[in-house]
Every structure is written in C-alpha cells, then in structure tokens.
Design a protein around this ligand. Structure first.
Ligand code: GLY
Length: 583
C-alpha cells in the first residue's frame, strides 16, 4: 500500500489563507488523510462521501432496495451532511447498469441555463469578464436543478421500495439533527478565509453560522426543520412538487432577489426541465470497455482519450514511476487540449465524439509524446468526423470542486456510478427552503469569444454547462467490473484515469489504487504532484525532463467498487471522510 510520506494531521486550509479566491482557478479545500481499508462484500456495496449518508443507503440496500433506491436516500442525506458538495439544488450525471436487461444507461441531469440566458451573462458594461466570485455569488449563476427529476426517473425505471420510504432517513436527520463533520466545518471556515463568503445572504447565514457570526464548528448538532418540511412535501407529492407550485415559486423568487441580471430562471424553465438519456461513451482499453458520460460533460471523452493514447505504451512495465508520470502527463496534455476546443453541450455545439475516441487518431496523437522530454503547451488535434469545430476558440474555464461521487452495487446485480454537484463548494450561496442552489452556470466560459472566434462552452439559453464529472463503469466481458468517480473540478479527469490504470494495468486493490499519490496535468503551465505523497518524490526526475512541477494539496474524493473473483471490493478516498459499507 502506498502511503503518504510525511502527512502530519490535518492539512490546514488556513495556510492558504492569502490565496485570492477571487482569481481563477479556485483552490480546493484541504482536509487530511484518514486510514482506510478495502471493504469486502458479496451481496451489496456502497461507497460515498459521508458515513451518515452511506448508512442511509446501506439501510435501503439491506431492506431489498435497488441501487437506484439507495442513491435517492444517500443523495438526500448528503444534502444535509455534505451541503458544500451536492444536494437537491444541484445536478448530476449517472451511469446505471440494469442487470435485468443488460443495458448500461447514462442519465444527464445537468443544471440548465434559463431559456432567456445570453452569452454576455458574465460580462460587465465594458464587455470584460466579471471575476469569478461576483459571478458565482447570487441568482445569476443558478441553473435549473436536475437532481429531483433524476431521482424520479431512476425510481420509475429501477426502484423497488416506495418513493416516500427513501426520504425517511433524510427527514429524520434534518429533524433530529446531525453533527457537523470536520470536513463540513473546514469548508465553512474556508469560505471566510478564501474571500468567497457564505454569509452574504441572510438565509444561509442563519443556517451555517453562529449568532456571533462565526461559522459552525465540527460537532455542532445542526437541525434543519425547513428542509424536513420540504422533504415531506416531495415524499408525498413527488418531483412535480419541486418543479411546479410553491417550492418552484420560492426558488424563482430567491434567484431573482439575489441576481445581478434580469434573465433568470422562470417558472416555465422549472416546469420544462428534463433529464436526458444519452448514449454511454466507451473507450476500449486493454480489452476492457471504459464507459463514461458523454457531453455536456467532458469527463467520459477526456478519460477515454488519455487511456486511448496510453494504450500505445507499456504502462504495465513502467509501473509506478517518474517515467509513467511523465508519459501519463503528456497524454493528459493532449487530451485536455482537445477538451478545451471541442467539448461542450452537444445539443448546441457539434462535438466530434466518434472522432475524439477514434483509435487511429489517438495512436497518431500518442506518437507526439516524447518519452524523454516534456512538450510545450499542446494545441487541439484534428479528429476525424468533425466539421465545424475548428473555427472555435479554446475554453478558458478551469472548472471547480463542489462535487461528490457515489457508487452502489445492489443484490440484483445492478450497478450505479453517479457524480453529483452544486459546482463550487456551497454553490451560489442562495439558500431556499432549507437547501442551497447551485452556481453551475459559472461552469460555462464566462467570456463567450476570443477575438472573433466563439467558445463552444459559452452561455446560451437552455444549454447545459460543460462539466468535468467522470462517473465511470469499466466493463469486462460485457459486465460491470470497476465503478469509480471523484469530485475535484477539472482535476476529476486525471484522478479517475490514473485510478483506472492502477486497477487495470497494475492489478491494484481499489483502496491502494485510490491512495497512490496524485500527479496531474491539465495542459496549463504546471505538472501538479500531490504534496506529501510518493508522487512528490518524482519531482526531480520530472523536472529533469523539462516539466515545471508544482507540489500541492490534491484533494480528490474517489469512491470505487471492484467486482472480482465473486467479491465486491469497496474503497473510499482517505483524503475525505467517505466510507464504503457492504456485506
Ligand atoms: N461543477 C463541477 C463539474 O461539473 O465538473
């Protein structure tokens, strides 16, 4: 098992206090490293970001619920115990393997721009891009949430237990209270120390702060009766009670009251929201099908591109080494260059999905990799099957981390891998009916053009912002083999791709795979290595190849399940407070 070399207790976010969060890219909140082991089961398994939420999912699986049922229970409790990352005010991408039909289905429950939104949404009166914090704070950044419709469609298609039963744990937790976790407290503190305050609107201030104005501390018993009431309505009346009627009216009003623009979410936008079922994006890697979510996330395609290029190298022999870190990073640079130019909501922009994963295209791209020398910043390639995209300008949006990942296997053989988000930690800061609303619209490029060329990921009415979320199910012999995903903004892609390689190429246990130190490249100026892990010891060798290496906290939240030799092996990232539970 690869362990950090010199972790000593929590990595204090306060040490980063001078970082100007108003600038891009926003940093991630450090937390620490908790000792964790793989969990073995044979009946069912779940891994997610908080023990209270995982227990709620476990209870549903134990009662005979499906993976879809358990997801609903987990997501609702996460809304309370990990409000910085996800909730019913946000969106998600979900992969679901339906064992009864043998179908792998992908669900796009991404937040959606109001129909009236325009590309100039985040520009000031001089046509300049408004900085991130004022763009993200308030109703102008809120997209129509997708989670409730995703829960409804999942339950209609795959649920076994009554809908209202899936709300019980969350209602109890909201009513009777839960202890604020160390990570939640750490995130609350971070909002103050990083100049991205959460107490700007009175509703969130009242919920998340003490009367003296200080953020809640770990261990505080937090109750949310308003959310309990919201959940009761939804448990009784279903998702329609969220998208129409008084709850929708309150969302629309809260967005309008806190927004800096006129063209915000309307009741019609709420009522029109639809989950989209899209084809899975699968890449062939060493005989496995690595299946992910296609646009509007860049996750599935970019993970697939990195693996597709590395398929041309003997990664197994390289093992965990600076040589691998270099080759991997060079592949990531090439993939992120394509991501930046081509990937956005494919209902609005032509995304050459087939060409970007074309084996001979990726083999040609792989030939550009010099194993001795780091390249300059990469430009996008010219994949086959693309027509108009070369007229576009590359995206400048780094993406940010306010996200969570859930993996579930049930006793019926169904498998679920879902990444869920409210965008930046604590989203838009707009708090209504006991929950936060997302700031997902800042996942669009806030500047719609570079010179005369449009950016694919610009704001448009009804469009879904590009994501990096990479929920993945690796298929072996036509059946789920490895379920994985992570939060982490645009770093998600690197976290997921490297973990897949560790399991498939190096035959690592999923817990060990997650615990390998991170290194990553996003085709910016630096190759980032995870501070305090064995990845940091690669620094000299990587510098000698010409990389500018930066050691930093790389705070993934990987959750994974491997299905091997009749066992379900669950794993949770030691960098956050999640757990795996199964039997
Ligand atoms: N908001 C994080 C993502 O969608 O990638």
């Amino acid at each position: 098992m690869i362990r950090p070399l010199f972790i000593s207790g929590l990595v204090s976010t306060l040490t980063l206090g001078s970082f100007a969060f108003a600038q891009d890219p926003a940093p991630e909140e450090g937390y620490g490293w908790a000792e964790k082991n793989s969990v073995i089961g044979s009946e069912f398994m779940i891994s997610a970001a908080n023990p209270v939420a995982v227990q709620a999912g476990y209870d549903i699986l134990e009662k005979g619920g499906t993976a879809a049922d358990a997801m609903i229970a987990v997501q609702l409790v996460l809304n309370l115990v990990e409000p910085q990352s996800s909730g019913i005010g946000g969106g998600a991408f979900m992969l679901y393997w339906d064992a009864s039909t043998g179908d792998l289905v992908t669900f796009d429950a991404r937040e959606t721009a109001p129909a009236s939104a325009t590309p100039e949404r985040f520009l000031d009166e001089n046509g300049e891009k408004i900085p991130f914090v004022p763009s993200a704070t308030g109703g102008q950044s809120v997209g129509v949430p997708g989670i409730l419709r995703l829960m409804e469609i999942s339950h209609n298609l795959y649920g076994k237990l009554p809908w209202s039963d899936l709300f019980s744990s969350a209602i109890d937790t909201a009513e009777n209270g839960f202890e604020v976790s160390p990570r939640m407290a750490n995130s609350l503190q971070s909002t103050m120390s990083r100049n991205f305050p959460l107490d700007v609107f009175p509703e969130a201030k009242e919920y998340f702060f003490n009367q003296d104005g200080s953020p809640l501390k770990a261990g505080f018993l937090l109750k949310n009766p308003e959310f309990a009431n919201t959940l009761r309505v939804l448990a009784d009346r279903g998702a329609d009670a969220f998208y129409t009627g008084p709850i929708a009216e309150d969302i629309v009003a809260a967005v309008a009251a806190t927004s800096s623009v006129e063209n915000n979410i309307t009741l019609q936008d709420m009522a029109d929201y639809r989950v989209k079922i899209r084809p899975a994006v699968c890449a062939d890697y060493r005989g496995y099908d690595v299946c992910g979510m296609g646009p509007p996330t860049s996750g599935g395609l970019t993970v697939g591109q990195i693996l597709g290029m590395l398929d041309n190298f003997d990664v197994k022999s390289m093992g965990w080494s600076p040589e691998f870190a270099h080759t991997y990073s060079e592949a990531a640079k090439l993939a992120y260059a394509d991501r930046s130019l081509y990937m956005a909501d494919s209902d609005y922009v032509e995304v050459p999905i087939k060409g970007l994963l074309d084996k001979s295209y990726l083999a040609d791209r792989a030939k550009l990799i010099d194993q001795e020398k780091a390249s300059e910043k990469r430009k996008a390639g010219e994949p086959p099957y693309q027509e108009s995209a070369l007229n576009l300008a590359p995206s400048q949006n780094p993406g940010r981390p306010g996200t969570s990942h859930i993996v579930i296997l049930d006793r019926y053989g169904n498998a679920l891998s879902m990444t869920t988000t409210i965008e930046t930690f604590f989203g838009s800061r707009v708090f209504v009916r006991g929950f936060l609303l997302n700031n997902e619209l800042t996942d669009f490029d806030r500047a719609p053009k570079d010179g005369d060329r449009l950016v694919a990921n610009r704001v448009e009415g009804g469009k879904r912002p590009r994501s990096s979320m990479s929920p993945t199910i690796v298929m072996k012999d036509g059946k789920p083999y490895f379920l994985v995903g992570s939060p982490g903004g645009s770093r998600i892609i690197n976290y997921v791709a490297k973990t897949i390689i560790a399991v498939l190429d190096w035959d690592m246990d999923p817990q060990d795979a997650i615990e390998t130190g991170h290194f990553l490249h996003r085709n910016g100026s630096t190759l980032d290595v995870e501070q305090g892990t064995s990845a940091e010891s690669f620094t000299d060798a990587l510098t000698a190849k010409g990389h500018e290496v930066s050691a930093r906290d790389l705070n993934s939240g990987l959750h994974a399940i491997l299905i091997k030799d009749g066992q379900m092996i669950g794993a949770a990232d030691p960098r956050r407070e999640g757990v795996a539970m199964g039997r």
